[in-house]
Write a protein that binds this ligand. Structure first.
Ligand code: DOR
Length: 305
């Protein structure tokens, strides 16, 4: 049988499929659909120091090309996540966990990461939420701010692996990835959502209360792929791929570009069975394309064209 196991910065995953942060809640959202122990790992909802109520509604817009969200980091706060959500998850889920941490200041990121260190295999520093002021993208789009926050949390994170989830809403992804690598992060998640909006043409007003949101879904797959490709060429960072993955062929393509594992976001909201279906498709596709082991695919599309 083809081998689905992969390695992410020294953490063994039984397969490369991970629900993207925000698309799996804190682990029990999909229990009616499938056993989460089939997953390679699970990324939990972006967590901040203080509980967040999220943005005013409407905060979701569906479009043929994908979806736009303006959730605004709704979450119960780091203390509740560590004291309640993680222990509850551990009662039914026994695969690696990715804690996504967001913040509005360097101190907030630092405090959350200090508390979270060692409580999950991976801490994913979210510096790329497009939906909040004073946080998110202000760290992910500015090289100096990114260096400062990565350096601060790197000092707090020694037991968990440290990944930084970067924004596609930047001019030079390689510059930012190099900053993160220079500050000692183990890897990057590429990419968060692309800023977008829709207008209700009859009402002549933006669909989303806060006007803009983060655009995800199949349309952003080529953007994610391109950034993974560039960062793989320019750095030695381990890469978690994310952006528009909807089928087994997308997983293989992203790994060939350089991703060590792959997150599924919008597609798993559209179709809760997306990940089990992709997992079922993978062995057949690997056989057809003579791929014995997914782990050997990582970065294999690079070289003479
Ligand atoms: O698109 C996103 N929406 N990306 C994030 O990082 C956070 C999320 C939200 O809560 O708004």
């Amino acid at each position: 049988a083809p081998s689905l196991g992969v390695d992410v910065a020294g953490i063994a995953l039984q397969n490369p499929l991970i629900p993207a942060s925000g698309c799996f809640g804190f682990g029990d959202d999909f229990l009616d659909f499938f056993d989460p122990n089939i997953l390679g790992a699970a990324a939990l909802k972006g967590t901040t120091r203080e509980p967040q109520a999220g943005n005013p509604t409407p905060r979701i817009a569906e479009t043929p090309a994908g979806m736009i969200n303006s959730i605004g980091l709704q979450n119960p706060g780091i203390d509740e996540v560590l004291a309640q959500k993680l222990p509850h998850l551990a009662t039914f889920y026994h695969q690696p966990v990715i804690l996504n941490i967001s913040g509005f200041s360097v101190d907030e990121y630092r405090e959350c990461c200090a508390k979270a260190d060692g409580r999950a295999e991976i801490i994913e520093l979210n510096v790329s939420c497009p939906n909040v002021h004073g946080g998110g993208m202000s760290f992910g789009a500015d090289a100096d701010a990114l260096a400062e926050v990565t350096r601060a949390v790197r000092q707090e994170v020694s037991r968990s692996r440290l990944f930084v989830k970067l924004s596609p809403n930047v001019t030079d992804i390689v510059e930012l990835a190099r900053v993160v690598e220079g500050e000692g992060a183990d890897g990057v998640t590429l990419i968060n959502t692309l800023q977008g909006m829709r207008i209700d043409p009859a009402r002549r007003r933006p669909v989303i209360a806060r006007t803009m949101g983060g655009f995800s879904g199949p349309a952003i797959f080529p953007v994610a792929l391109r950034m993974i490709w560039q960062v793989w060429e320019a750095t030695g960072l381990v890469i978690l791929g994310s952006g528009g993955v909807a089928r087994a062929a997308d997983v293989i393509e992203m790994m060939e570009a350089g991703a060590s594992a792959v997150q599924v976001g919008a597609e798993s909201l559209r179709n809760p069975m997306a990940i089990p279906q992709i997992l079922a498709e993978l062995p057949e596709l690997m056989e057809r394309w003579q791929i014995a082991s997914l782990a050997d695919l990582v970065g294999s599309a690079h070289g003479e064209n």
